[in-house]
Design a protein around this ligand. Structure first.
Ligand code: GLA
Length: 706
């Protein structure tokens, strides 16, 4: 619900459990008044004219206001959302309130507050979409040049979240590297700035655009948490600025590093969305709010569960050809796989990672019948068919690069740094966009392909576009992402049944920006079932289990640290969207039987995992036992995955206290002979016996009485 008190010039944005207040001060400036738990009345938000009670000539009070969309102006020294240079060289943007509009699209109330510069022809439209059922607000800004001369934008953030003045704030964030994505870090904030960001062109393995702030006391279940996530797949940044006066603000948006955008007369620039929320129920509820938002409002198709996928990568790597894929197709179909995907190696002269990227035609030596032979077999065996592509990349050893060496990002007089023997195509160029869209379109119109895995296997370097006007050359960071989204959008419009996985050397392109255009993410190239537990936990802080593709792979193969049982590997992968990538032709009949049983079991419980509420019961960060629970929205079914990594002495597994059940209902529990009430399962917990290292259990609960 959005209300506006015209007399006091105060907006109140209420979700089910939170309130957000904005007001206009006497000088016409837009101030943030409040962001926290739901307040009963709009008169309780405070006064937009309240200034900081003290100051000095170095720090006048008006520079310390909690501006809703601060700009580079006056004596304001924290992160501005907007830095612009007008045609006459003025680098100061002074915004005042202009008008407001309230609309509603698909039941989502939306507020647009328009600010205007006091002198120059510049409008800033601040958008707020309210997801009341998820307790989330989606913010974005549109900068409009209403004048006759270009305006140079040097920083345009999506927005700033202001937290109440306070102490002991702590930042929780995700960081990592290739094969070690989504690791959780928690740091107490001291005065100064903490920035998490990507300058690599993609979302990155090194950091993910999600944050949470608490008062150093929140747990999974209790305590105030402010949190947010950015919908952007290119260079991004989230900065927490904590002042010695105990003000805290968290800004976020497109990274201003190496950024510049020429806003031509009559044009607008829209920022990505920055989603933010607040809860008093700890990190667990913060995550569930984001999960609900993704399942209800961001993902396109959530009617059916994601299929069980077989992917050829960790079985045949680049050595894919019709014969070995047909053999795998048959085995995969036998054990209940629902979608068969041929990974890298099927196109051009792609025998290793040294050649072929850019040449998206089927290698006829490997596949004499084109893809028809494998697709017909997969479809004939009742499976969907998918293919791997890496459209943003080119190997210098490719026909595409030989014909168009100027189509990659590069600077004259500088070498072109290769990584994995490849270069990044300049997606800012319209000829490159057309060529790549046409190549994918040709593939999808020639063959009945149901799924593509869209990969992106290196960070940018030499981000030059020598053919472009000098003033626009830094726009590549943004134009690349716009082109990526545009191609995905067009593919989805033309092939509505096509589903898409976003991959970037594992989990370097997992974010809310690309999520509307894809159906799932490749989580990590690290498929070690134990390492995955912490990767998956970090992933779950921000993203729902449905989109988290997880494979069962061979023990001790590729990126693997240890030998684990098939059951342990399955249980680890069943916590998301289950997939497999191991050589089924080398598996014994007994192993295939076990896989068939476990896949079948996954199909029985996947609606709970993929659509349910997730509870992180025991974290792999804090001990040798970890447990994750999922509960359906109607609370009738639940599943718990318990993993014991290392048993010390004869220590017992900790009691596992379940969550999210109906207290008065009785549940059958697969580990217990007697049914137990929801209350007992949550209060007394489950006391289970497990012995040994790298052991796991799947416990299923079903309500048997109301
Ligand atoms: C990346 C992906 C892998 C696989 C390879 C193929 O590393 O993350 O899953 O597709 O590329 O080259």
């Amino acid at each position: 619900m959005i209300t506006f008190d015209d007399k006091r010039q105060i907006w109140a944005l209420h979700t089910d459990h939170t309130s957000y207040g904005i007001g206009v001060d006497r000088a016409g400036r837009l101030k943030n008044l409040y962001f926290g738990g739901r307040l009963p009345g709009d008169s309780e938000f405070g006064d937009p004219n309240f200034g900081f009670p003290f100051g000095a000539s170095f720090d006048p009070p008006e520079g310390q206001g909690q501006f809703e969309y601060p700009t580079q102006t006056g004596m304001y020294y924290v992160e501005p959302c907007l830095k612009a240079t007008f045609a006459d060289g003025v680098r100061d943007t002074a915004l005042v309130y202009h008008r407001q509009e309230q609309t509603s699209a698909n039941g989502i109330p939306t507020l647009t507050i328009t600010l205007k510069d006091t002198y120059y022809p510049l409008l800033v439209h601040l958008g707020y979409r309210l997801y009341e059922d998820c307790d989330l607000i989606e913010r974005f800004a549109v900068i409009e040049n209403t004048g006759e001369t270009p305006i140079m934008l040097e920083e345009v953030l999506s927005g700033i979240w202001h937290l109440p003045r306070g102490r002991d704030y702590r930042l929780t964030h995700l960081a990592g590297r290739h094969t070690q994505e989504f690791h959780l870090y928690q740091d107490r904030l001291t005065p100064g700035r903490k920035t998490i960001e990507s300058r690599r062109g993609n979302t990155s393995h090194q950091a993910n655009p999600w944050f949470a702030i608490d008062r150093s006391t929140a747990t999974e279940d209790y305590g105030e948490v402010w949190f947010g996530a950015l919908a952007w797949s290119g260079n991004w940044k989230i900065a927490a600025d904590y002042s010695p006066t105990t003000l805290l603000q968290v800004s976020g948006g497109i990274n201003d590093f190496d950024f510049a955008w020429v806003l031509k007369p009559g044009e607008s620039f829209q920022t990505p969305s920055f989603v933010g929320g607040y809860t008093r129920e700890g990190f667990g509820q913060a995550s569930r709010n984001l999960h609900h938002y993704q399942l209800r409002h961001v993902l396109r198709d959530t009617a059916d569960p994601r299929p069980v996928i077989y992917n050829s990568w960790e079985s045949t790597f680049f050595d894919v050809h019709e014969d070995n894929q047909l053999a795998l197709i048959d085995r995969a179909a036998d054990i209940g796989v629902e979608l068969f995907c041929i990974d890298d190696g099927w196109f051009g002269q792609r025998h290793t990672d040294h050649a072929g990227l850019g040449d998206w035609t089927v290698n006829r030596e490997k596949f004499p019948h084109g893809l028809t032979g494998v697709i017909e077999r997969a479809h004939g065996r009742g499976m969907k068919f998918g293919i791997w592509v890496e459209p943003e990349m080119v190997n210098p050893d490719s026909d595409l690069y030989r014909a168009h060496p100027d189509w990659v990002y590069h600077f004259p007089n500088r070498s072109r740094t290769e990584a994995r023997n490849q270069l990044v195509l300049n997606f800012a160029r319209s000829d490159v966009q057309t060529t790549i869209f046409d190549a994918l379109d040709h593939l999808l119109s020639t063959y009945p392909i149901d799924f593509i895995k869209w990969d992106m296997n290196r960070s940018f370097s030499e981000p030059g576009w020598p053919d472009a006007d000098r003033s626009q050359q830094r726009e590549i960071w943004v134009r690349h992402v716009h082109a990526l989204y545009d191609i995905l959008r067009r593919l989805r419009a033309k092939y509505p049944a096509l589903s898409i996985e976003s991959c970037s050397g594992g989990g370097a392109r997992v974010d809310l920006g690309v999520m509307p255009y894809v159906d799932q993410f490749w989580t990590s190239d690290n498929t070690d079932a134990y390492d995955r537990l912490s990767i998956q936990e970090g992933f779950s802080m921000a993203y729902c289990a449905r989109v988290m593709e997880s494979w069962v792979t061979a023990a001790k193969h590729n990126v693997k640290n240890r030998d684990t049982s098939l059951e342990y590997r399955f249980h680890s992968a069943m916590m998301g969207s289950l997939g497999l990538s191991l050589d089924l032709t080398a598996s014994s009949e007994a192993e295939l039987d076990q896989m068939r049983r476990l896949i079948d079991q996954y199909k029985q419980i996947r609606h709970i995992v993929q659509f349910g509420d997730q509870y992180r019961l025991l974290s792999p960060r804090f001990g040798d036992t970890s447990a994750v629970q999922y509960v359906t929205a109607d609370q009738r079914e639940s599943v718990v995955f318990v993993s014991v990594q290392l048993q010390h002495f004869q220590d017992l597994v900790p009691v596992i206290y379940l969550r999210g059940l109906q207290p008065d209902a009785l549940y059958s529990v697969s580990e217990q002979s007697q049914p137990l009430s929801g209350q007992a399962l949550m209060m007394r917990g489950l006391d289970i016996r497990m012995a040994g290292d790298l052991k796991s259990k799947l416990i299923a609960l079903t309500q048997i009485s109301d």
